[in-house]
Write a protein that binds this ligand. Structure first.
Ligand code: XBP
Ligand code: MG
Length: 251
């Protein structure tokens, strides 16, 4: 029986990368007097690794050897990341990033059907709180029975660790849950945790390989704004809890 839905955050609940995380990274670089500037295309390449600290290390190794080679590089990265998180949380507080259309419908539908909601993400915990509170209200974090985020597990996605952590907290088996993702690294992570996975793509992830996913859509869709089905089947023009239950029943 389907008991829980486990959601990734960045790209899945909200389109946070281009106008949220990327902007916050650049503000942190400016503040620190670094001449790093991540444009939209470069940021798409850097998304090949999950985690902001890991992403800055990747960039430094590729584009700024003198930064990467300094003795206390890990400390510098940590400071930059703390500043980036401050900027990101502020941007969310200003209401800059909405949920993706259809997310509220699916969350409410799941709760009405008696399902448990959970989160499994590589992003920093403060980022999750700021997004949920700014979009769903100050008490909305309570709607999620488990929130697995950031450095709580040693290996970030594509490793399955964060999903395994959330499953353990929920006390559920993978075949009692469905995962929601938007990226190849995310799907590798959820599938490695044996979770059937529904994908909604975005501009950065539309060409990723989603082999093994149960359903891939370009968006959750609305009555008058049909989702395009990229892999799998869906009866309606949009995804709702009935559609999710039906997909689960056919697994
Ligand atoms: C999301 C990420 C995150 C954010 C940055 O991946 O890669 O790292 O870009 O967050 P996913 P932090 O959606 O697969 O979880 O800077 O807080 O690490
Ligand atoms: Mg994601």
């Amino acid at each position: 029986m389907l008991k829980a839905l486990i959601f990734d955050v960045d790209g899945t609940l909200a389109d946070t990368e281009r106008d949220g995380h990327r902007v916050a990274f650049n503000l942190a670089f400016q503040e620190a007097g670094l001449n790093w500037n991540w444009d939209v295309a470069l940021y798409g390449e850097l998304l090949s690794v999950t985690g902001g600290k890991e992403r800055m290390c990747l960039y430094a190794n590729q584009y700024d050897q003198s930064f990467a080679g300094q003795p206390k590089v890990d400390e510098r990265i940590k400071e930059l990341h703390a500043s980036k998180t401050r900027h990101y949380v502020r941007l969310l507080g200003e209401g800059k990033i909405p949920l993706r259309p259809g997310v509220e419908r699916i969350l409410k539908g799941a709760e009405n059907a008696g399902l448990t909601l959970a989160i499994a993400t590589t992003t920093t915990p403060q980022n999750v709180s700021a997004l949920i509170e700014s979009t769903l209200g100050v008490d909305a974090l309570n709607r999620f029975a488990s929130i697995g985020a950031g450095d709580i597990v040693p290996a970030k996605k594509p490793a399955p660790d964060i999903y395994l952590h959330v499953l353990e907290e929920l006390g559920l088996q993978p075949d009692e849950c469905l995962a929601f993702e938007d990226s190849e690294n995310g799907v590798l992570s959820s599938l490695a945790a044996n979770l059937a996975t529904i994908v909604t793509t975005n501009a950065y992830t539309k060409d990723h390989d989603f082999t093994g996913a149960t359903l891939v859509l370009d968006q959750y869709g609305e009555l008058d704004q049909p989702a395009n089905v990229l892999l799998g089947n869906m009866d309606k023009t949009y995804l709702d809890i009935q559609g999710i239950q039906k997909l689960y029943g056919e697994l």
